[in-house]
Ligand binder design. Structure first.
Ligand SMILES: C[S@@+](CC[C@H](N)C(=O)[O-])C[C@H]1O[C@@H](n2cnc3c(N)ncnc32)[C@H](O)[C@@H]1O
Length: 214
């Protein structure tokens, strides 16, 4: 099953499943001190819009993209603000939006499903103006090495489906980001309250100054 097919099948249950990683990610986003006031935000891999709703409540405008039609439909049904546009698209291909048109790019719980991170960071840097911020929160590689992987139980089945995933180390995230024109501003590795092992890797990456860019 492809990543897209898996999320199309998972979509109806995604918001209601017991999913501590999803919930921790939501909390972390809300505490991430993102510069949302007046911001033009691009959310790549918005899923069912759990975070789009929050971003839209704070920012000036949000473009939210996903390649799963079923996840995107839930997001559209959830978030009705006129300041939010939804787009169907693959984060590894060219994103909608002009160069330098965004203040903030948000990507959460998406990149474990992407093999080659380079095109994603290149697109994020393209749409961000100089000094714009890329915020990432992903399943921590320690968790992946211990067998953590997005999974769900399809309706009517008693067998879990694993969504295809790739493991990216912390140094891979940072190296690819630097190569794409970002500076590392801040890094954090939040864990569940009852556990010492980090669950998420959070990165705040600033679009480095480029004299040929705005
Ligand atoms: C675990 S959900 C996370 C959704 C949301 N970002 C959140 O934090 O709740 C992962 C989402 O990433 C999307 N996704 C994965 N790979 C993608 C790709 N290459 N292009 C676009 N969306 C992708 C999936 O369709 C799914 O909706």
């Amino acid at each position: 099953m492809s990543v897209r097919e898996a999320y199309n099948r998972w979509a109806d249950q995604y918001d209601h499943n017991n999913n501590r990683t999803r919930d921790l990610n939501m909390q972390c986003l809300r505490r991430a001190e993102l510069p949302l006031a007046g911001a033009r935000v691009f959310e790549a891999g918005c899923g069912t819009g759990l975070n789009t709703e929050y971003l839209a409540s704070q920012a000036e405008q949000v473009v939210a993209m996903d390649f799963s039609e079923a996840m995107l439909k839930r997001a559209r049904d959830r978030v009705g603000q006129p300041s939010v546009w939804f787009e169907a698209g693959d984060v590894t291909h060219r994103w909608p939006g002009n160069d330098d048109s965004c203040d903030l790019v948000v990507i959460t719980l998406v990149l474990e499903h992407v093999g080659d991170l380079g095109p994603v960071f290149t697109q994020a840097r393209r749409v961000l103006h100089n000094g714009g911020l890329l915020y990432i929160a992903e399943l921590h590689p320690y968790r992946q090495l211990a067998g953590g992987q997005a999974r769900f139980m399809p309706e009517g089945s008693d067998t879990e489906e694993f969504v295809p995933a790739w493991n990216h180390s912390v140094s891979e995230f940072v190296s690819v980001a630097l190569a794409a024109g970002f500076d590392l501003q801040r890094i954090a590795e939040p864990a569940f309250e009852d556990d010492e092992v980090p669950q998420l890797l959070q990165l705040w990456l600033c679009a480095a100054f480029d004299a040929e860019r705005k």
